[in-house]
Design a protein around this ligand. Sequence first.
Ligand code: PA5
Length: 476
Amino acid sequence: MSKLNSDWKNSMQIKIDYNNMMSEFIGAEQGFTEKELYSAKSVAENAFNNVSENRGKGMMGWTELPYNQNEIVKDITETAKDIRKKFDNFVVLGIGGSALGPIAVFQALCHLRHNELSKKARKAPKLYVEDNVDPERMAALLSVLDLEKTVFNVVTKSGATSETMSQYLIIFDILKSKFGDKAKEHMIATTSENKGNLIKIAKAEGFKTFYIPESVGGRFSELCPVGLLPAAVLGIDIKAMLKGAAYMDKLCKSKDYRKNPALVSALLQYLSMKKGKNISVMMPYADSLKYIADWYCQLWGESLGKAVDKDGKTVFAGQTPVKALGVTDQHSQIQLYREGPFDKVITFIAVEKFRAEVEISEGCKDFPDVSFLCGHTLSELINSERKATEYALTTAQRLNYTITLPEVNAFTIGELLYYFELETAYTGAMLNIDTFNQPGVEGGKNATYALFGRKGYENTKKEMDNAPKKKSEYIC
Ligand code: PA5
């Protein structure tokens, strides 16, 4: 798919339909008028200028990933080819931004039962992404892996994250006792080139290493080796993913919000937050996109949830991201979305053309309330249910908009990831916050170091020891 012509690219353009954010469709009380949007034009333009001026600088290295990785992509592709020859299992050890992207892309672009397929049908190793330190999960993983046929990819930009480094310690110890000097052939490190311990460990042990650019934060790292290596191992066309991202970048070149899909959705989300819509629901109607919603939740939550703005003013900004899956969650959450508080913006992700089709069989002729389904297909059903839910929410004056992918492929996934990253950057600029830090996450990391007696965290330990003791009266 890597040699993509412009007609094909245009046919794969993802579209943002925000009719149901507008008062004409949703009613004057909840919806936005064209005039309202237009009067916030300068907010959008300032955010656009801010993001454009800072491209590639500071923590905005992710904007350039579609363009500056030729050599890296070559190395990844060759390494992936070698891995596919030698190994049956590829295990990512990582958490947060080092895990959610690989999981999302795996689900989107591989067979939905990839790990259950025969080796011949899979044509690539099984993928496991271990993003927790639950001992039962680790024990279960070790019980199913043939280590001879397994390669581990430890991914941590800081090289210090307790969860990932614990996993590394456990796994490399096992590998060393099993393979001795050859253990290093079962470990690949993806980390910062200059900072943290993992790079030093990797050099000392002689691991194959890929670098996470300093200017790319965890949650913006899917299009660098963090995500590209696992994807390439799975046989995904990573060049097409990067081309999709570049295509979206091009679609978002205008400072006029009406001509820039990421900017208009950022503006709508920003104005919605101002109206008290503190929840952003991401609801794909496709199992393949289920974990795109998880990835989005980290991107949106960690980037925008900030106590202070860039001027030091306390703002407690952010919008709580919620993941949902259509149609599954129609039977779980939609009741609340339609009749609960007016505090949400619901984003649907639609797919026009599914990669498989299943017809609903003829039958139950004597039961018209069942047989009306016959002769239709499952893709008709899932898309009709999405339209029906959109309609039901709109008539109940619930803000919603729809992102449509013509189909799910490496190119459209690249577009989608880049669209969400840009939307997040624009929204952060509108909120005047630092979109790219995560002081709240660091707080928890530091407290863990203190509890485990790490040197340099003695004061945090003292503070924690001096915190009010829990009362037994409140535990029953
Ligand atoms: O977005 C982020 O920066 C974080 O969520 C990180 O991805 C996460 O904390 C893991 O960090 P690291 O890659 O340093 O292990």
